[in-house]
Ligand binder design. Structure first.
Ligand SMILES: [Zn+2]
Length: 338
């Protein structure tokens, strides 16, 4: 009985209701959680042991939800100048010249890699989701206008990859702002947008789910920790969240986020590549064991050099394990059929 209560509290994330402390982006971080075993999907384990056995298309045993947040598509001009100077000092003339070229031709910039990403995923029989910001000039982290990358967005959509919304700094907690961004992306795309992730993984339990549902979104893929990989509420399966304040299920699918590139490698856990890979492999193997869905967030700004190699390593490993590698949209539609 006690165990069931603990699992329920973990699943609903009771500890995130009325928290005393949050980080500077109003997030509930892993370091404040009582669940110290975040690499073990305890709730999913319990469900599977009690008869839950999801079946994926073509007899696949587990799924990988591949996602990309598009925060920036170029560096600021000052960065070009600085990088150029640095290359000059190192005597790297080729490098010194390439940075000004990026500033002149947007398509030459290494962040402009949407078609390459699609091609890479295609090689492994995968599809994915791209979440775009729909900010206006002057808003925090406004880095691009949808109009500026219209050909790429239309290309992504036409190829059958998903275009979803990447909500701005205020969207997770402000219905008008959320709706405005959704409408903007939809009118630009000429079709409904169903998938969502908030910038900086900003999220308020359970209010963000309620707002997303009210705005007509069908799924969210924000629910993971920014400061640690793993299973935030012990789930490695998509689920419909419960609002403990109303006692009701919220009409939205959550596809919980498991691994974000910068969590592992740069900003938070600060693992080296070897440890990052060991943990990634461990999480993939765990999700495969419970016939679950592992959600990977790889920014376009990480689709370069050794980070790109790391992403391809994930694709290759999951391909060899015969995973269903697909977009949030496909996972959501599959969940709704269960
Ligand atoms: Zn973002």
């Amino acid at each position: 009985m006690k165990e069931k209560k603990e699992l329920w509290d973990l699943f609903t994330k009771r500890e995130e209701y009325n928290p005393h402390i949050l980080d500077k982006y109003s997030r509930f971080p892993h370091y404040l959680s009582n669940n110290r075993n975040v690499f073990e999907p305890k709730v999913s384990k319990y469900l599977v042991e009690n008869g839950f056995k999801p079946e994926y298309p073509d007899g696949k045993k587990f799924a990988v939800c591949l996602t990309h947040d598009i925060d920036a598509i170029k560096q600021r001009y000052l960065s070009y100048a600085l990088n150029s100077v640095k290359s000059c000092i190192k005597g790297d003339i080729k490098g010194a010249i390439k940075y000004p070229t990026y500033a002149i031709d947007k398509k030459k910039h290494p962040y402009w890699n949407f078609r390459e990403t699609i091609k890479l995923e295609e090689k492994y029989g995968a599809t994915s989701s791209f979440y775009f910001l729909a900010l206006d000039p002057g808003e925090r982290d406004y880095n691009y206008d949808l109009q500026y990358i219209k050909d790429e967005i239309r290309f992504i959509d036409a190829r059958g990859w998903e275009v979803g919304l990447h909500g701005g700094h205020r969207s997770y907690n402000n219905y008008e702002d959320l709706l405005k961004k959704k409408n903007k992306l939809e009118s630009f795309l000429g079709k409904k947008v169903i998938g969502y992730r908030n910038h900086f993984l900003r999220f308020k339990t359970p209010e963000t789910w309620e707002l997303l549902s009210k705005a007509g979104l069908k799924y969210d893929a924000t629910f993971g920790y920014n400061d640690c990989a793993g299973f935030r509420n012990g789930m490695c399966h998509p689920f419909r969240p419960i609002n403990l304040k109303t006692g009701k299920e919220i009409d939205i699918v959550e596809i919980p986020l498991t691994i974000m590139d910068c969590t592992l490698l740069r900003d938070y856990m600060r693992l080296d590549f070897k440890s990052s890979w060991n943990l990634t492999k461990q999480l993939i193997d765990t999700v495969a064991k419970y016939n679950g869905v592992i959600t990977i967030l790889w920014h376009n700004t990480y689709m370069l050099d050794e980070y790109l190699e790391f992403y391809e390593k994930i694709l290759k490993y999951c391909y060899e394990k015969d995973a269903w590698m697909t977009s949030g949209k496909e996972i959501c539609e599959w969940t709704n059929k269960l």
